[in-house]
Design a protein. Structure first.
Length: 305
């Protein structure tokens, strides 16, 4: 238990006399006045100027590197056009080169600032591993895009059917293939699925065979119908005689009609126009030759008691 006298003595020890306080203050003022402020300011200005120069140099490296990257891409485009490189392969190579070069430019700019890029590379590698495991499906799409560009089962401009979707190939990207449908819808098909699926390419061959099924009534003259159809086909310049001549055969005897199978070859670009035109001619000209088109028939038997 502290007595009153001990408490008073402790308080007296804590109270510093004015003379001692003035002496301490004078000592502090002396130290401050002895400091070389001019040197301190010069050092701060030097450091600020050095840091500013490094920042400006890093920005210069970034923008110059970006300009050089764009220039290289333009040079590659001209080279690709001269060499007639496939358009889908051009897009893929441009994207890859641009990404790689911009990463190198950014690393060079960071290195200029005095930051150790080795740590960044280690961080990027670790992050890349984690992201790769999380985005395994996306990486599969990327690998599928590489396979498509190497094997090239289709090109930009081809009309294909894949994964239950049909359309004209507009772009083969790093991760998906862009299809444009005839009714102007855009469909994105993942490269991982399309690279391992069956792809039906309608544009790759230069010629195609067209098939028609023509139904005529029982009792009509098959030879007359055959001659009339062959005359239509031979009169059309779009019909090719190689690899085979046009043909008309009796394909089926159905319950209510005789089915004629008509086949002819044409250039790929003429497929649909020729198909539609011959359909119309068959409908208009066969009746004039005495050929009839059957209607669905139903026999009804009525029993009276």
């Amino acid at each position: 238990m502290i007595t009153t006298e001990e408490a008073v003595k402790n308080m007296e020890q804590l109270i510093v006399p004015d003379s001692i306080q003035k002496a301490h203050l004078a000592n502090v003022v002396t130290k401050i006045t002895q400091t070389d402020y001019q040197q301190l300011v010069n050092d701060l200005l030097s450091q600020a100027m050095w840091i500013g120069l490094k920042i400006l140099l890093a920005l210069a490296i970034f923008f110059v590197g970006k300009w050089i990257t764009n220039w290289i891409i333009r040079v590659l485009n001209r080279a690709f056009e001269r060499k007639n490189v496939d358009l889908s392969l051009r897009n893929f190579l441009r994207s890859m080169i641009k990404v790689v070069m911009m990463i190198l430019v950014i690393l060079a700019a960071i290195q200029t600032l005095g930051i150790n890029t080795t740590s960044f590379l280690a961080i990027f590698a670790s992050a890349g591993l984690a992201v790769g495991m999380a985005l395994s499906g996306t990486l599969q799409n990327f690998a599928g895009g590489v396979i498509l560009l190497l094997l090239r089962p289709y090109r930009v401009g081809d009309y294909i059917t894949a994964q239950g979707q049909s359309g004209t190939v507009k772009n083969i990207g790093l991760f998906s293939t862009q299809l444009s449908t005839p009714d102007n819808r855009i469909i994105y098909v993942p490269n991982s699925s399309i690279s391992t699926s069956i792809v039906d390419n309608y544009s790759q061959p230069t010629t195609r065979r067209i098939d028609w099924n023509v139904s005529i009534t029982y009792g009509d003259d098959v030879d007359t119908a055959r001659e009339a159809i062959l005359a239509m086909l031979n009169a059309d310049k779009r019909v090719l005689h190689e690899p085979a001549e046009p043909m008309v055969v009796v394909a089926e005897l159905s319950s209510s009609a005789v089915i004629l199978k008509v086949r002819a070859w044409s250039a790929n670009d003429d497929y649909w126009t020729l198909f539609w035109d011959i359909n119309e001619k068959i409908y208009k000209e066969l009746p004039a030759k005495g050929i009839h088109f059957p209607y669905p028939k139903l026999d009804v038997n009525i029993k009276q008691n």
